[in-house]
Every structure is written in structure tokens, then in C-alpha cells.
Design a protein around this ligand. Structure first.
Ligand SMILES: [Zn+2]
Ligand SMILES: [Zn+2]
Length: 327
């Protein structure tokens, strides 16, 4: 099969033709139609995340159809359209797995990190961690739902019932979550880089009540915030913009150092937190909700062979929503 492979971190992906993967017991073989490009992929390529399998096929927002089944894989029929997200395997036995927190599994394995992912024509996946894609979403538009959408959705849940919610960084994940938050009756305030007027306009077009610079003042106090950009300084910035009791959640897997701040801006039961990975329950809930909103995703499509260009464009914020590889 054709694939784009990471041989060593801090080097571009290389086109390669590894042997076709074979589904093991409980796994399905997926013919990949599209695969979303996530900021986590950048952190893996750039060496911010230090323990990927190598060589590695990145990609954890896979949309494709089942073309083979290993022994005891019975959940999907041949031809079914499935999505494969970041959470690829959990042990089912540790104290996290047995308490509804499999996202924190001590031995969890992740697609496009510990397991080869979707920057390839074929991928294998544990059928228990695959999900039917809602009808009505073309393959390109469905891919960003699988991480930008559903890990963002978990972050939104952790923020609680905040009415005035701040989004710091407005890209793939925020453009989906903005639609969900507005659907839930929340008021969205989008904070982008100083001068990013296109991003601010994009946020308003998706229902944000206000959009402006993350350096400037907020028009009102926030009841909660999600920090999507991997910029540690945004955590105290969001605290300063928040009302008492606000929860500030970082939605990314990696962030630059958070600068020191006075206790006074945390006081008043404000909380800082992070979201890690996803549970299967998050995926089921989110994929049920998305077509009801209905969430529409905006995608920039690249051919598989141009995966490095997609990653570079993401690094440089050259597109406004989500990048997707068309396999
Ligand atoms: Zn576990
Ligand atoms: Zn991701």
C-alpha cells in the first residue's frame, strides 16, 4: 500500500510502500478514504511527544470502509463506513478503565502514535474502538469530527454549564465546538491572535457573539474557557478574563510552559485543567449530537502525497479550519 511514514522525528514524512497490514483477532481492515490532520500529528513529527512507534504511519481521524475482518471481528460488516479515532486500545482492567475513565488508561494505545494510523491506503483497528460515521457527512467533512470534534466535545463537558464560554485559538476544534456551544444556548467569545481578522470573522460566522484579540480585554467576564492553542500564556490570560467559579480547560496534548501568575487570579474557585484523550462514550455521544446540530465542518483537502505540505500549512496557520488528506 501507499503510505506517508515518519521514520525519525523532526524529519519530513517519507512516501513509502509498506506491506498491506493484516487484521489480527478482533480487528478490522479499513480502506482509508480520508484522514484528518491534527495538531497532535505536528507534535509527534516535531518531537514534542517523545515516544511514538517508529517508523510510524501518523493520522488518527480516519474515515474509511471495512474491507477485511480478523477472527472474532463481528461488529461491522464488509463495506460498512467507520471512523477510527485517537483512542486505539485500552486494557479494560486498570483503575481508570474500571471506573469509566478509559481515556486515562495506564496502558492505553493511540492511533497514529503507538499504532499505525491513516496517512495510508489501509489501516487496521480494534473494532471496539471504531464508530459508525453518521450518514449525511461526506468522507472529507466527517474526518475532523473524530478528534477536533470529539476531544473538543470532551473539553466542553469539562467546562461544565458555563453560559459565557471563551475559546482561545479558533481552528479545527473550535470551529466545530462553536456550533455545538451555540446549539446548547451558550454565548461564545472567540480569542485569536492579535490582527487575525479572518479568524475572528470566521468565528462570528459560526455563531460567536464576539471575536477579538487574546491580548486585549474581554467584553464580559467568562464563566469558562477552552484553550485550544498550545500556548501556555493563554491559561493565565483566560483566568484573568474569567468570573469566579470558571473552569479553564486546555484541550491540547502539548502546551508551552505556563508562566507564573498571582494566586489572586485563581482565587474564587476558578480552576485550571486539562482534557486527555477520549472515552468511547464521548465518541458515541458526540457522533449522535453532531448531525442534530447539525455541525458543518470546513476542510482544506490535500492528496496523501502532500501530507508534509498539510502539516506545514497547519504549523503556519495557512488555512482557517481543518486539513484533511484525501487518500
Ligand atoms: Zn486500562
Ligand atoms: Zn487529534
Amino acid at each position: 500500500m501507499r503510505a506517508m511514514v515518519l521514520e525519525r522525528q523532526r524529519q519530513p514524512l517519507r512516501p513509502a510502500e509498506p506491506p498491506d497490514p493484516r487484521p489480527a483477532s478482533g480487528q478490522v481492515l479499513v480502506s482509508v478514504a480520508t484522514c484528518g490532520v491534527c495538531r497532535t500529528d505536528l507534535h509527534i513529527v516535531d518531537g514534542d511527544l517523545t515516544e511514538p512507534k517508529l517508523p510510524l504511519v501518523p493520522g488518527h481521524q480516519i474515515v474509511g470502509s471495512v474491507v477485511g475482518r480478523g477472527e472474532r471481528a463481528e461488529r461491522f460488516a464488509l463495506g460498512d463506513r467507520v471512523g477510527v479515532p485517537w483512542l486505539g486500545w485500552t486494557c479494560g482492567e486498570c483503575r481508570y478503565c474500571t471506573s469509566g475513565r478509559e481515556n486515562l488508561c495506564d496502558r492505553g494505545r493511540f492511533t497514529g502514535y503507538d499504532i499505525d494510523g491513516g496517512y495510508a491506503e489501509l489501516a487496521v483497528a480494534d473494532e471496539r474502538f471504531c464508530f459508525p460515521i453518521p450518514a449525511g457527512y461526506p468522507d472529507e467533512q466527517a474526518a475532523p469530527l473524530l478528534c477536533a470534534g470529539l476531544i473538543g466535545y470532551r473539553a466542553l463537558r469539562l467546562v461544565g454549564d458555563a453560559e459565557r464560554i471563551g475559546f482561545y485559538g479558533f481552528g479545527a476544534s473550535a470551529h466545530i465546538l462553536c456550533q455545538i456551544a451555540v446549539h446548547q444556548g451558550r454565548r461564545v467569545f472567540a480569542f485569536t491572535r492579535e490582527g487575525d481578522e479572518a479568524g475572528q470573522e470566521f468565528a462570528r460566522s459560526l455563531g460567536a457573539e464576539w471575536a477579538g484579540s487574546s491580548d486585549g480585554p474581554a467584553p464580559e467576564q467568562l464563566d469558562g474557557a477552552i484553550v485550544f492553542a498550545p500556548v501556555g500564556a493563554l491559561m493565565p490570560a483566560a483566568l484573568r478574563a474569567s468570573a469566579k467559579g470558571a473552569r479553564i480547560i486546555s484541550a491540547g496534548i502539548h502546551m508551552s510552559e505556563i508562566p507564573a501568575f498571582p494566586y489572586q487570579i485563581l482565587w474564587g474557585e476558578r480552576m485550571l485543567g486539562s482534557v486527555a484523550n477520549l472515552t468511547r462514550r464521548d465518541a458515541e455521544e458526540f457522533l449522535r449530537l453532531a448531525p442534530q446540530v447539525p455541525v458543518r465542518t470546513e476542510v482544506e483537502v490535500y492528496p496523501l502525497a502532500e501530507a508534509n505540505r498539510a502539516l506545514d500549512d497547519l504549523r503556519a496557520s495557512r488555512f482557517r479550519a481543518a486539513a484533511v488528506l484525501d487518500i
